[in-house]
Design a protein around this ligand. Structure first.
Ligand SMILES: Nc1ncnc2c1ncn2[C@@H]1O[C@H](COP(=O)(O)OP(=O)(O)OP(=O)(O)O)[C@@H](O)[C@H]1O
Ligand SMILES: [Mg+2]
Length: 254
């Protein structure tokens, strides 16, 4: 199963992905997280110790070119489909959760992430997963990445939304673009929800209910401030991670 997460800046995408990864792991799944944000933050959130050892996929494009050769005069790469061994080099594993970071090539022109996104797109469409494997894709904020079609190969898109008008506006825009790009399952996930009023606001403004509501949590806030990985929390934040995992699994079976 391949799941991507999207939403306005700062609404809690990375936090919810980390909690989701943890819940999948608890349920015996093999989890691979791909951090596709050009300002990656997932490694910190997960408390990965060897952050410096992570090679961004941006470097893989160079390796892939080396292996398969760039087509003269063409911006497209002939990527050898045999990339399994390469993939391993770009993964770091800690406490049973694997992470890959997309990274970004910085150029004077402003750093187009096109080659990395091409690799990511191919990886997502080519990766054949067993039923116990889950790929979680943490995306950059906003709608731009949807225009690139990078996540066309995912099974589910989760759109994180907080109880504010601007967050809802972005969420609805993302949903529209995701529908147009043919993603088979698209759902909203509420975050920073304090009470029933917040839940009702989201249901009404979105025209449908989010599939899970994550509370505004002192535990999460303290963990972030103390640099404590979300995967090491002993207290349960709420039943939202369980609900969300059940939801995507039922979708898959149904
Ligand atoms: N449910 C929550 N309760 C309390 N704090 C939260 C919650 N969700 C997220 N936060 C905090 O909000 C901040 C932003 O969260 P996060 O980095 O997950 O957002 P993001 O959408 O991934 O941001 P970006 O768009 O920059 O990638 C972090 O400090 C995080 O700890
Ligand atoms: Mg993030």
């Amino acid at each position: 199963m391949k799941i991507a997460i999207s939403g306005k800046g700062g609404v809690g995408k990375t936090t919810i992905m980390a909690l989701l990864a943890n819940q999948f792991k608890k349920e015996g799944k093999e989890v691979l997280i791909i951090d596709a944000d050009p300002s990656p933050h997932m490694a910190q959130t997960l408390g990965i110790k060897d952050i410096d050892k992570i090679k961004p996929i941006a470097e893989m494009t160079a390796l892939l070119v080396e292996r398969s050769g760039k087509v003269e005069g063409s911006p497209f790469y002939q990527i050898n489909p045999q990339v399994d061994d390469l993939l391993k080099k770009f993964m770091i594993e800690q406490d049973g959760i694997r992470l890959m970071v997309l990274g970004a090539i910085q150029t004077a022109e402003g750093g187009c992430a096109c080659p990395e996104n091409t690799v990511l797109k191919r990886m997502l469409t080519k990766l054949l997963l067993t039923p116990t494997q889950v790929v979680l894709l943490d995306m950059e904020a906003g709608v731009e990445h949807l225009g690139r079609g990078t996540i066309a190969g995912v099974d589910h898109l989760l759109i994180v939304v907080i109880p504010s008008k601007s967050s809802v506006r972005t969420a609805l825009k993302i949903k529209k673009m995701a529908v147009d790009s043919g993603i088979p399952s698209i759902s909203f996930v509420g975050n920073l929800v304090q009470d029933k009023d917040d839940e009702d606001f989201l249901k009404k403004a979105l025209g449908e209910s989010p599939v899970a509501f994550f509370p505004d949590s002192t535990i999460i806030r303290k963990a972030e401030r103390n640099g404590k990985p979300l995967t090491e929390l002993t207290e349960e934040i709420s039943d939202a991670p369980v609900k969300l995992v059940n939801f995507v699994q039922e979708k898959r079976e149904g």
